[in-house]
Design a binder for this molecule. Sequence first.
Ligand code: ATP
Length: 700
Amino acid sequence: MERSIRSAHNESVQVVVRCRPISQKESDSGCTTVVNVFPSRGVIEVQNPNAKSENEKTKMFTYDAVYDMSSTQQSIYDETVRPLVASVLEGYNGCVFAYGQTGTGKTYTMEGVVGDKDEQGIIPRAFEQIWAHINRTTGLEFLVYARYLEIYMEDIRDLLKSKNTKPLELREMAGKGVFVSHLHSQTCQSAADMMKAMRIGNRNRTTGVTNMNEHSSRSHAIFQIAIEMAEEKSKSVRVGKLNLIDLAGSERQSKTGATGDRLKEASKINKALSSLGNVIYALAENSPHIPYRDSKLTRLLQDSLGGNSKTIMIANIGPASMNYDETIITLRYAYRAKSIKNQPIKNEDIKDAKLLELQREIERLKQLIAAKGDGKVVPDGIVLETTDEEMESDSEDEQEKEREKMLEAGKLEVDELNKKLRTLEKQMVHGGKNIVDSVNENEIKLEQQRAEIAARKKREIEMQQQIELEEETCMELKQVFANLQQQVEFKREKLKRLYTKLQSMRQEIKDNHDEYLRERQELVEANDEVSLQLRKSLMILENFVPPEERSRLIGLIQFDENSDNWVLKKEKRWLKPGDRPVARNYRRPISEYAIKKSAEPGFRYRGENVLDLKLDMPLRTTQDYIRPAICPQVKAAVKNVIRHDTESNRIVIKLSPHGFSMRGISKSELEGRYNKAARNTVEVHNNRIKPIPKSAKPAY
Ligand SMILES: Nc1ncnc2c1ncn2[C@@H]1O[C@H](COP(=O)(O)OP(=O)(O)OP(=O)(O)O)[C@@H](O)[C@H]1O
């Protein structure tokens, strides 16, 4: 899709934080509330329940807006999301995503209680706003479609299709950015249509139970809405796109009680979220490399973070003391995200919009119907008007019959075309259609008032933050000191305040440094593991793969941008006459016997790639050797015989005849070795080591 070339202005990602009420489970387990929210100043304060010093006690963060436990779904929507959806309706890209620890209210904020007017979340409210706008706007034609996908364990799934479909691929195209290929687009004609799509998708979404949340979202879910709009009969189309994202929760495995598959799932979730954190970090630091390619989530969010979208991040936190660490991590991420700058641009004059295609098809059908409808054209383009000569040659009756038959067929075709036209026209929505229903004076006034209040509140927070900042610098100037003592007192007070601030900043730097060290350690460990794997693979390649096969593989390997992975190209093999094809890289049962054989364990083809094979380990190893059990009586009898024989110097140790020649040890050398340990008590005779009777003299 082309984008208009317009000078874009920088706009920061808007970050808001919402703290949910303490849950019954948390208060039952004796947790206290450690989060204080100051909505009028946009400030969140968190008390460290395990603080060892005064400096560690309170942490303070400032955001664009903060919402406390009593905040309503309506206020969050009106104050933060409504202006963004209004921009999308003008042709901008918009993105709202909820981030936070598991069980902190991301799904509640994004979806809420579906069907409950007060409790419904951002997604259903956005549907209402979009359709209220369309129904009120006259003179515009709209084409609206929805897509719903989830990223589960790094696989992309279409939530509007049945659950067991193949994972979808990510693609990247110049001018179109990153997109998911073959994702189903559901055309919508009302908010109800969108709600239906959302319900279908939610039924297909992967959820599970964890210690922290009974209905935990185990995947990242993205609801995409595209709104194409054009003035009637105009060829200039604008497209607004909205991404509404409910991320899976960040979590500590120990807290969620994850084991087995759930643990694997959790580590994938954490990996994707940590790559999101890395992208946020790199953008905030203005790093030259932004690691978007590290996960599918970050690739899909590329436009929303540092791209051409207007973006709101909603960081969800819980107030309980037991979640202090996770809360701080979320607040830090959110704080970093504040400095990300996007360049939103209006998508205008889009040449490959579906709306244009639809308009063209409708126009074509209309022309076809008009041509067929006036009775001149029947199927296969036969012209019904007959010439005088023809009239003369055929009988009138026959001609009449023929004509009726053709007209009938023509009518059927026109009906079919009309049906098709109606279906296509239905997909396109003419703005202002339900103007009577939706233009309720009071409702519009109320909406305007809400928008005004929201804008005023935003201004107030900004002003308050500005005032607090300036207060520190201007206070001194404003103060008129009665005497020197007062001045000293004031300065001491100021110094104290600044010192506290300095201490808290030092602590924050220390915490950040500790976190950095921890992350670095994790990276080093991950790197070590990857290096080990690499070394192992290289070792196999160097020692077990013939050089010609190795260079063939190197020639075939290439990086696939779409799957973001290395793949083996298909090799073109030109067979010379008489050559027999050899199975490479795959098993190729060619006869019934081979098929039967291939089912047997250990069966292999000559041409198989050894890299794909697992080592056939022996069924038993020497380590597994279990001595045969000997009954104690037999053991005692054998011991007794040995003792008796040793005492009477009759023991003979039989040597393998190869022992000498293989090792090249001479008779005298062997005797020397044994006698060194056995104090001149053995002799070698006819390959046998014999103890020398105590009475006899050594032979040398
Ligand atoms: N602001 C709120 N007011 C009232 N209840 C809330 C609020 N936020 C969350 N809850 C309740 O907390 C519970 C967990 O919320 P939710 O499922 O939305 O969490 P989540 O962050 O989406 O979790 P996960 O990451 O595991 O999917 C739900 O029962 C929800 O109703």
